[in-house]
Design a binder for this molecule. Structure first.
Ligand SMILES: [Cu+2]
Length: 497
């Protein structure tokens, strides 16, 4: 099958040195003064490329600090190269596929032109081994995002990186910022994610020793041998250095596949300012839980000393770990006691969207969806409807411009971080005013309701961001119009499980 070509593929300067290199940070289109028009229509117009990047997906060996592992990544470091662009600017990313199988890149959380969404079978044919694909899209909203492969279990390798969209009129004041990408790691440790999937396909175990009150039941399926902050195991952690008294913005991203993290910085409280890219009224907490695919931005004013930054693998009795240093002295051990982990934890109900991003009217229509474990042995996972809970091909049909309410009821015994592509929704809360998000945690026996403005036509994935659940069927479609187009891409129908 030919690789789909895109009419804007041209005129970019791509270097050849290195496997993954940021090539240019131009000074092209920027939004002007004042607050960005948040939730403005998604732009499909090509503007001058602000940032061009070459992402070469290839087999590689990465040093985790604890060991070297053979894996697939965008270069020899984890995460892949951080991409930074100003809101309103354009990202031009050439994906070169040197993997032995198909791949794509999905721009997680970005309200993107659907042709650039990197969803195989939905927005493009997967890029075959040896092929390439040019992604080119406008980033409409400032915030913390990330990119990752959307084929098979590739997310559970090293095929991810941060995407930071800067606000040309940044309203927050801070002295520095750190990107903190969390991950659960198993690849190259004597097994790999495909073997994990094969095992879960036959036996969807939820180990009894991996439970969490905070997650309302089973915490996950996989006891990973390593948990990482910015690609580093606790044995050789990332060290963030700043001067005491400085205010730092942490951009927290969970790029894991089966692990929620409970994040805290010893000796500090966290002021939560954003979730999934969008601002909230600031909330002060000691710790927060971040599911796969979620992002949180927090501000901290640094004390004088050396502090443990811990991301406890929730319910898994292990942790990811980094060090925050503002003075000389011994670093704390990875096992350091962090009492903040057991103090006030952020609750979704604590979050109120900043008034600058209030999405407006109430929806007129509600669609009820059911998250469920199905099959005789509990080996399939579905996003079904109340009438057909085991349906693995649900398509939520919306009209362009319509406001729709989606409710997710979790009838399974494990939590699910539900992610919608191409849109940002408002999590509904009693009393109104919940946060804007694209990924939301739904615990067992819980119903979470979100309001959506359907303003970005296309066929979009709606799925659990536990990569094993989505690979085993927990995938629906949100599509515009009564029926999907005959061909989403030429000769390409969505692959269904
Ligand atoms: Cu799930």
């Amino acid at each position: 099958m030919p690789v789909p070509s895109h009419p804007t593929r041209r005129s970019l300067l791509f270097g050849t040195a290195g496997t993954a290199a940021l090539l240019a940070a131009g000074t092209g289109t920027r939004f002007g003064t004042g607050a960005p028009a948040t939730l403005a229509p998604v732009s499909r117009a090509g503007s001058a490329a602000d940032v061009a990047v070459l992402l070469t997906a290839a087999p590689t060996t990465v040093d985790l600090g604890a060991r070297d592992v053979a894996t697939w990544g965008f270069g020899d470091r984890i995460p892949g190269p951080e991409i930074r662009v100003a809101a309103g600017g354009t990202v031009a990313a050439r994906l070169r596929n040197d993997l032995p199988q198909d791949t794509t890149v999905h721009w997680h959380g970005v309200r993107i032109d659907q042709r650039m969404d990197g969803a195989p079978g939905f927005s493009q044919a997967p890029v075959p081994a040896g092929g390439d694909f040019d992604y080119r899209f406008v980033v409409p909203d400032p915030g913390t995002y990330f990119y990752h492969s959307h084929v098979g279990t590739q997310l559970d390798r090293a095929l991810y990186g941060a995407l930071v969209v800067e606000d040309p009129a940044e309203p927050l004041s801070y002295d520095a910022e750190w990107t903190v990408v969390l991950d659960d790691w198993i690849d190259g440790t004597g097994t790999d994610p495909d073997a994990v999937l094969t095992e879960l396909r036959g036996n969807p175990k939820s180990p009894q020793d991996m439970r969490s009150t905070l997650l309302g039941g089973s915490a996950g399926h996989v006891a990973y041998p390593h948990y990482l902050v910015n690609g580093r195991a606790p044995e050789a952690p990332e060290v963030f250095e700043e001067a005491p008294g400085r205010r730092v913005r942490l951009r927290l991203i969970n790029a894991g596949a089966d692990t929620a993290f409970r994040v805290a910085l010893g000796g500090h409280r966290l002021t939560v300012t954003h979730t999934d890219g969008f601002p909230v009224l600031p909330v002060r907490v000691d710790t927060l839980l971040i599911g796969m695919g979620e992002r949180y931005d927090v501000l901290v004013t640094l004390e004088d000393g050396v502090f443990p930054l811990v991301a406890a693998a929730e319910g898994k009795n292990a942790r990811a770990f980094a060090v925050v240093r503002t003075s000389t002295g011994d670093a704390p051990p990875a096992s350091a006691d962090v009492p903040e982990l057991d103090r006030r934890v952020l609750d979704l109900a604590d979050l109120t969207a900043d008034p600058s991003v209030d999405p407006g009217d109430e929806p007129a229509r509600e669609v009820d969806l059911v998250l469920r474990t199905g099959g005789a042995r509990g080996t399939s996972w579905t996003i079904g409807t109340a009438d057909a809970p085991d349906d693995t091909s649900v398509r939520v049909a919306v009209a362009d411009g319509e406001r729709v309410r989606l409710s997710f009821t979790n009838n399974s015994r494990i939590w699910h971080p539900v992610h919608l592509h191409g849109h940002t929704f408002r999590v509904r809360r009693s009393g109104g005013g919940g946060p804007l998000k694209d990924t939301v945690v739904v615990r067992p026996r819980e119903t979470v309701t979100v309001d959506l403005l359907a303003d970005n036509p296309g066929e979009w994935m709606l799925h659990c961001h536990n990569v094993y659940h989505s690979e085993l069927g927990m995938m629906a479609t949100l599509g515009y119009g009564d029926a999907p187009p005959d061909t989403i891409m030429p000769g390409m129908a969505p692959e269904r499980h």
